[in-house]
Design a protein around this ligand. Structure first.
Ligand code: PLP
Length: 294
């Protein structure tokens, strides 16, 4: 499949692009997909209708999540799941009377995808050719101690410096302008960077204190990549929401998922009830009737 030894080595290391975790010929997955296509190939999830398989998968995802309950929203990719999470946060904060709460915090070297929003979250200079990031996407120091630690700085001091940077950024920008903080537990495409020891324990309380949701982008780390189901378990923090893709289907089907923890799920539910449904692909009645006719 790969023509050069180098490409082959990279392919094995990354299992495709970190998604072919079950190999290219997993009989059980192929048979299950074929059986499902024969039984019922696809259905939407509009207007409260959906297939039994969608419900079963959602229940399973919440069961394997760190949450005792939650809500799941499906997409076609990890990029789209990150975009959707940003939209959910913008929608939620707007509905709660905080329309200015729209800025997104991520880190340099982060990789969150290819769409305009997820590429804006990505902390790589190559997106500059697209005029990205969009306004309001703020990148903080990458938590890579070996590369970004200063001379004589211990790992604990490095972590404290990054926590201070977060605190100062929130103070400068205003917590009422920041919608959320997105982080891969291990930064994958940015260089397979594990966080400095204690990093998430230092930043999570700061975000909580300021009412800024912490979203774990588990597109690469999810489903066992770091030895536990979630990378956030391995690094011992509980995010407010999880972004999943890749190993979710082992690359056999393009799919992503946003998994909301209980607090965000309840708040989003309240916001949705005000206008009947989450208006991501079709206008709910409340918006339809309010819209001027053209
Ligand atoms: C951490 C992370 N988030 C998001 C994405 C984007 O996912 P997709 O390629 O399915 O759009 C990737 C892709 O590699 C990723 O590694």
């Amino acid at each position: 499949m790969c023509s050069t030894p180098t490409a082959s080595a990279i392919s094995i290391q990354n299992s495709g692009l970190w998604n072919m975790v079950a190999g290219f010929d997993h009989k059980g997955l192929i048979e299950a997909a074929q059986a499902q296509y024969a039984r019922f190939p696809g259905y939407h999830s509009f207007f409260g209708r959906m297939s039994d398989q969608t419900v079963m998968l959602s229940e399973k995802l919440v069961e394997v999540s760190p949450y005792d309950r939650g809500r799941v929203f499906y997409t076609n990719s990890g990029s789209e799941a990150n975009d959707t999470m940003v939209k959910i946060l913008w929608f939620l904060h707007g509905s709660e009377g905080n329309p200015k709460k729209r800025k997104i915090l991520t880190r340099w070297n982060a990789y969150h995808g290819v769409t305009a929003v997820s590429a804006s979250m990505t902390g790589k200079p190559y997106n500059e050719v697209f005029g990205l990031p969009l306004e309001g996407f703020i990148h903080l120091t990458c938590p890579h101690y070996w590369r970004y630690g200063e001379a004589g700085e211990t790992e604990a001091q490095f972590v404290q410096r990054l926590a201070r940077e977060l605190d100062e950024t929130i103070a400068r920008e205003g917590a009422d302008t920041i919608a959320g903080f997105f982080a891969e537990p291990v930064m994958g495409a940015g260089g397979v960077i594990t966080p400095a020891k204690g990093y998430f324990q230092a930043i999570a309380p700061i975000l909580k204190k300021h009412g800024i949701p912490l979203v774990a982008d588990e597109v690469i780390c999810g489903f066992g990549r770091t030895g536990n189901t979630w990378g956030s378990q391995t690094y011992d923090f509980v995010p407010d929401a999880i972004i999943s893709s890749k190993n979710l289907t082992a690359g056999y089907f393009p799919m992503g998922a946003v998994i909301l923890g209980p607090e965000l799920a309840d708040r989003v539910q309240d916001a949705v009830e005000k206008i009947e449904e989450f208006p991501t692909a079709s206008p709910p009645r409340a918006i339809r009737s309010a819209a001027p006719s053209r």
